[in-house]
Design a protein around this ligand. Structure first.
Ligand code: KIV
Length: 284
């Protein structure tokens, strides 16, 4: 089993081998993803909405991210572990950017970090890369910028907007990113960026021509909803399966069917005899 690194991901682009990436936020799901052969696992700041019940990714803190990144990193043997720098952990200064990216490596045991934003983030990205930490860029719909973008809409739909994203991709590549997430952009734009880029693109809502694809684990497993974005494909309905299992458990407890003796411990015969003798002479 060959460990996936940032270099192997770049090699996969060169060979035309597609990259499969998912998010994970805990030990058991990260282990399943790794054993399924997923190439890269992103501890996304989608942690906020998916796991912590926040209305968006904006309130997520570095400490919350590190708590989950550590659990994921412990489970992974093969995949590349990428930690998502949360809102305001890198925007204010290059010092913040380096320090917080460093915490993901030292305390979270991630192998790379992801940074949202285009040309305005170049200084921060260059500084993190110079510190020896691989950076994955993220363009298109960048949820940390949602108040500025005015909502969760497809980005780059006009020629002018598409050119801006294309230019951001070029600038980020020059800044040293090893890969680029493209979120919610027209497939024609994602295809153009992918063809022109020397680093692998990983799409989410960016069509089939990216070098790889990423989905939020809970979306693809059917644990979120009922409303899901157009780009999500459900590969399982685990939410329904969990609801049924819990309803069955509840019913069996209520009617005394669970636990049966099959799920109970038995006392050895000799000990049982002693216990019975004791209960005859002991206080009632
Ligand atoms: O936080 C996240 O899960 C992400 C992916 C959607 C790419 O950034």
């Amino acid at each position: 089993m060959e460990k996936i690194t940032t270099i192997s991901l770049m090699g996969m682009k060169a060979k035309g081998e597609r990259i499969a990436m998912v998010t994970a936020y805990d030990y058991p799901t990260a282990k399943i993803a790794d054993e399924a052969g997923i190439d890269a696992v992103l501890v996304g700041d989608s942690l906020g909405n998916v796991i912590l019940g926040y209305p968006s990714t904006l309130p997520v803190t570095v400490d919350e991210m590190l708590h989950h990144t550590r659990a994921v990193a412990k489970a992974i043997k093969r995949a590349l572990v990428v930690g998502d720098l949360p809102f305001m952990s890198y925007q204010a200064s290059t010092e913040d950017a380096i320090r917080n990216a460093g915490r993901f490596i030292k305390e979270g045991h991630a192998e790379a970090v992801k940074v949202e934003g285009g040309r305005g983030m170049v200084e921060k990205i260059e500084a993190i890369v110079r510190a020896g930490i691989p950076v994955m860029g993220h363009l298109g719909l960048t949820p940390q910028w949602i108040h500025q973008l005015g909502g969760f809409k497809v980005r780059g739909k006009t020629e002018v907007a598409a050119r801006a994203i294309l230019e951001d991709a070029r600038v980020l590549e020059r800044a040293g990113v090893f890969s680029l997430v493209l979120e919610c952009v027209p497939w024609q734009l994602a295809k153009l960026i992918t063809e022109r880029s020397g680093v692998p693109t990983v799409g989410i809502g960016a069509g089939p021509y990216c070098d790889g694809q990423v989905l939020v684990l809970h979306d693809l497993l059917g644990l979120t909803g009922p409303h899901i974005p157009k780009f999500v494909k459900r590969y399982a309905r685990l939410g329904d399966a969990m609801a049924k299992a819990l309803a069955d458990f509840r019913q069996e407890v209520k009617v005394g069917k669970f636990p049966s003796l099959e799920h109970s411990y038995e006392m050895p015969g000799e000990e049982l005899k002693k216990l019975k003798r004791l209960s005859k002479v002991g206080p009632r």
